[in-house]
Design a protein around this ligand. Structure first.
Ligand code: HQG
Length: 193
């Protein structure tokens, strides 16, 4: 990989850590909606040993493969668009989800999930994708991937809320097992839960 790309990935990981999980690791505090001042972020990053300039930050935000971070409209603040473990309020309005959404996970979690549903773990929300391919990539991060289909529109009809993050990830608080089906990835057919 080119050194420049490597540097950008390192900064993206640094930003994910600070903006989603541990701002206090570099002496920062997020506001109630997860924003941090760009100026203070740059200062704190440099003080903690992570070289960061406004230009580098703009490049990382603009070229990020999953568009993980977003500037405020005035350009003065930055936040992660989803994936937080700390208690912030993204302020998203509930939206009608597509009929089906997908969740990629590891095969070893299958029995537990089919018995007790999807819970957000350390994060604020369960993360869902609009397609099987993306879900498979998410699942691969944890081991041998499997994909679950979430009957999202049915769930929404039963009173559950869904939110669409600024970078296209669907979020919900939890998914009861009754709304899940296993996707057989060879045939992409469904195996009834
Ligand atoms: C699992 C990445 C056992 C769940 C991705 C998942 C995503 C259960 C793990 C974003 C369970 C939590 C989030 C249950 C859920 N029993 N295991 N009842 N309920 N789990 O990393 O969705 O690159 O917190 O299946 O693309 O994998 O970081 O969540 O495997 O959008 O931007 O508990 O992170 O984006 O793992 O990933 P995670 P996730 P970034």
């Amino acid at each position: 990989m080119e050194p420049m790309k490597k540097k950008q990935i390192k900064i993206s990981k640094f930003l994910s850590y600070v903006l989603r999980h541990k701002p206090d690791a570099i002496g920062l505090e997020l506001d109630a909606n997860g924003w941090v001042s760009v100026e203070r972020l740059i200062q704190s990053a440099n003080a903690s040993g992570q070289t960061l300039t406004r230009e580098l930050l703009e490049t990382v935000v603009r070229t990020n493969d999953k568009k993980r971070f977003a500037f405020s409209d005035d350009g003065l603040k930055l936040r992660a668009s989803q994936g937080h473990s700390i208690d912030i309020e993204l302020g998203l309005k509930p939206q009608m989800p597509p009929e089906y959404l997908y969740h990629g996970t590891a095969n070893r979690f299958r029995d537990s999930i089919l018995a007790s549903g999807l819970n957000p773990g350390n994060r604020k929300h369960v993360h869902l994708s609009t397609d099987v391919k993306t879900a498979t990539q998410v699942g691969q991060r944890h081991g041998k991937p499997i994909v679950l289909l979430v009957r999202a529109a049915e769930m929404q009809g039963a009173g559950y809320s869904f939110f669409l993050s600024a970078n296209g990830v669907w979020l919900t608080d939890s998914v009861p097992a009754q709304y899940l089906d296993l996707v057989d990835q060879k045939t992409e057919s469904l195996t009834k839960n």
